[in-house]
Design a protein around this ligand. Structure first.
Ligand SMILES: O=C(CO)[C@@H](O)[C@H](O)COP(=O)(O)O
Ligand SMILES: [Fe+2]
Length: 226
């Protein structure tokens, strides 16, 4: 993916939910809208459901990048596909039958991704890697926005790149948690293709400028040129 642009996916978890239409307009230069689905069981927090995915899909052109943090992805993934999800990530740690979930996502015409918690080694993915469009590497423990990036993620991204080369797979790699313009170039240089950013976009008064800064940092990380 050396020449492909790095994709920017602002996380709506940190958006002003009372003004979501304006928030979506403010990030229209981004690529994907990252939608964190938290069920209050897999993670303590409780957030959005399929209605949110459908609403985002109706507004603007951003692809709906749905991150399922739920105990039962096998049972509920269909609801998010029906709602119009373009990309669906489910947690390897929660899935009972991951190959079946991937097939279901593909049958709906969406991109399939597996998310790995910081404590889960990349080897857990080996049997599935050739079927995935994307791997979501969590750089914080899931459940909340605004946490600090776990530095060992950079080594994990390099491990993932080596594993992909060994098995001949080339999924996109998305990194989620504590990503901002200060660390984005290093994250991309270590192997990321998609940057999720919640507080570093919606915590700034000028969301569009924050997206642009991430884009520039991504370009620097990919090319080594500022
Ligand atoms: O999935 C999650 C958290 O579990 C994320 O998508 C957060 O929404 C990222 O927020 P920041 O760390 O960028 O503030
Ligand atoms: Fe997320």
């Amino acid at each position: 993916m050396e020449d492909a642009p790095v994709l920017i996916a602002p996380s709506l978890l940190s958006a002003d939910l009372l003004d979501l239409r304006s928030e979506l307009e403010a990030i229209e230069t981004a690529d994907w809208a990252h939608i964190d689905v938290m069920d209050g069981h897999y993670v303590p927090n409780l957030t959005f459901g399929p209605a949110m995915v459908a609403a985002v899909r109706r507004q603007g052109d951003l692809a709906a990048d749905v991150h399922l943090m739920v105990t039962n992805p096998d049972e509920c993934v269909g609801l998010y596909l029906d709602a119009g999800a373009d990309v669906v990530s489910f947690h390897m740690e929660a899935a009972r039958h991951p190959h079946r979930i991937v097939s279901q996502i593909h049958a709906a015409g969406a991109k399939a991704a597996v998310a790995l918690n910081p404590g889960t080694p990349v080897g857990a993915l080996e049997a599935l890697l050739g079927e995935l469009d994307m791997v979501l590497v969590m750089s914080v423990d899931p459940g909340f926005g605004g946490q600090s990036f776990i530095p060992s993620t950079l080594g994990k991204l390099r491990d993932l790149r080596r594993l992909c080369e060994r098995v001949g797979a080339a999924p996109l790699v998305e990194v989620d948690g504590g990503v901002g313009d200060v660390n984005a170039a290093d994250i991309v240089a270590a192997g990321a293709d998609v940057l999720v950013a919640g507080s570093s976009v919606f915590g700034r008064p000028d969301r569009a400028a924050a997206v642009e800064r991430l884009r520039r940092a991504g370009y620097l990380g990919r090319t080594g040129r500022a």
